[in-house]
Design a protein around this ligand. Structure first.
Ligand code: PEP
Length: 229
């Protein structure tokens, strides 16, 4: 199983360090082969010893240069960061990243051998149209993406379930993962209001290879519970 924590715009450099120290003491009991990823804000990127992989929530597709407000490859290399989140709905919706831009970013980090956690997810109005529309919408989010990339991990995160406290039902997750797995032979995570109270039943669903957790991952003990339960 893969357990990934997306801090978004939460935690500082100092609190991330403390978080990782705490988490490492709590996940000694994790199952062999399980992998834990932390995506802190860019200011908290660093090198840590221990069984967690640090990734970037975002970066620009350049080594360095005139891209005000962005970080590039050079800033990631300083800390040997080789994992990145691409396509998160907050970047698509709030930051206005188009599918073309996302695909370019994907290709750039693929060409540099990054492990890519690629996020897809449908808005509520599409979910309300039924499963067929959901799958069609999700598959359209692979436009320009090399789905055969060996270091690709996909995260299915229905937008209406992110940060709302309302996770998709077990049936919705199961059906969607099953449909995606027909065209995608990659690890497939679920994200959207996952918490210790529902994580166990979600990871038990066939076709779910792990979790991408936002709000409920901000507390190290909470996140550790989801990993070790
Ligand atoms: C996310 O945004 O990646 C996410 C899963 O958020 P939350 O767990 O808060 O719904």
């Amino acid at each position: 199983m893969i357990f990934a924590a997306n801090f978004k715009t939460n935690h500082t450099r100092k609190s991330t360090k403390k978080y990782i120290e705490t988490l490492l003491t709590k996940i000694i009991a994790k199952k062999e082969g399980d992998k834990v990823y932390i995506f802190p804000p860019a200011t908290a990127l660093d090198q840590f010893c221990g069984d967690v992989i640090l990734g970037a929530q975002n970066a620009y597709m350049a080594q360095n240069g005139a891209f005000t407000g962005e970080i590039g490859l050079e800033q990631l290399e300083e800390f040997e960061i080789k994992t990145i989140l691409i396509g998160h709905s907050e970047r698509r919706e709030i930051l206005g990243e188009s599918q073309t831009f996302i695909a370019e970013k994907f290709a750039y980090f693929q060409s540099h051998g990054f492990e890519i956690v690629y996020c897809i997810g449908e808005p509520l109005e599409v979910r309300q149209q039924g499963q067929h529309s959901v799958v069609e919408y999700l598959l359209s989010q692979f436009e320009g993406i090399d789905t055969s990339y060996e270091k690709l991990i996909v995260a299915y995160e229905p937008i209406w379930a992110i940060g709302t406290g309302r996770s998709a039902t077990l049936e919705e997750i199961g059906n969607t993962h099953e449909a995606l797995k027909k065209t995608l032979q990659k690890p497939l995570l679920y994200g959207g209001s996952v918490k210790p109270e529902n994580s166990k039943e979600i990871i038990a669903i066939r076709g779910v290879d792990g979790l991408l957790v936002g709000s409920a991952s901000l507390d190290a003990e909470n996140f550790a519970k989801m990993i070790t339960d």
